[in-house]
Design a protein around this ligand. Structure first.
Ligand code: F6R
Length: 242
């Protein structure tokens, strides 16, 4: 596991954008795994800048980690909406190469199987971007999720519902379920970059990097990945002991 400590959020975002740019330049048809939430907003802004300076996404395929279950893709709080708003509408990605779980699928189990099959058909994910929850979740894999899970319909932890209420009018509006790539799906990515900023993530980051590998701390599984980089700002790195 590699750990890079950036002086602030802007530098964290630039370092992550460097890794994505290097991959896309060396492999124009790269397969990227993407996250939503507040953390990668700076990364997406950087990628848009780099696209305007010539970075070509026309052959790139993307897979998002997760989507709320029960929200249409055009709902402003859906992750589909977020991705088009923050990134896809501002770069030259081909619509048919964008993959996000369908939160409005009538048969969610079938949607999960279909999603895993599409990842496999694309040849697997080259670089997976992750954020981390305050409870160390990755994707929507909450504490206690078996490491062997693939894409599935999951229940959101009460803490996650609270944390994500900021994107909705009322906490009651936050969906209670989501379709999420599983821990096993994430671990199959050839490389992984986890981003974390702010003091609020410091405990989760320390537990993930320096605590025991346990299903109670989903991000701790990343200690077992052969090519995983944590890019942290100083505040998120504060609880690491040297
Ligand atoms: C988002 C996702 C989540 C977030 C995590 C952190 O697609 O899978 O695991 O990365 O909840 O969210 P933020 O960045 O909003 O603190």
């Amino acid at each position: 596991m590699q750990i890079k400590i950036a002086k602030d959020y802007a530098e964290m975002s630039r370092l992550a954008a460097d890794m994505v740019s290097r991959l896309v330049e060396s492999k124009p048809n790269a397969v990227l795994g993407l996250a939503t939430g507040s953390t990668p907003l700076g990364l997406y802004e950087e990628l848009v800048k780099r696209h305007r300076a010539g970075l070509d996404f026309s052959q790139v395929t993307t897979f998002n980690l997760d989507e709320y279950y029960g929200l249409d893709g055009d709902h402003p709080a859906s992750y589909n909406y977020y991705m088009w708003e923050q990134l896809f509408s501002k770069i030259n990605i081909a619509k048919e190469r964008v993959n996000i779980p369908n939160g409005a699928a009538a048969d969610p189990e079938e949607e999960c199987r279909r999603y895993e099959a599409r990842i496999a058909a694309a040849g697997g994910i080259d670089l997976q971007i992750l954020g981390i929850g305050h409870n160390a979740h990755i994707g929507f894999n909450e504490p206690g999720t078996p490491f062997g899970t693939t894409t599935s319909l999951v229940k959101l932890a009460p803490a996650t519902i609270k944390a994500n209420a900021r994107f909705f009018e009322r906490e009651e509006d936050v969906p209670r379920e989501a379709i999420s790539m599983g821990i096993k799906s994430i671990m199959q990515s050839r490389s992984i970059v986890l981003l974390a900023n702010g003091e609020g993530k410091a405990d989760a980051v320390a537990a993930a990097i320096q605590g025991p590998v346990t299903e109670e701390v989903p991000a701790s599984v990343l200690q077992l990945h052969p090519d995983c980089t944590f890019i942290l700002d100083e505040a998120a790195a504060r609880k690491l002991t040297s």
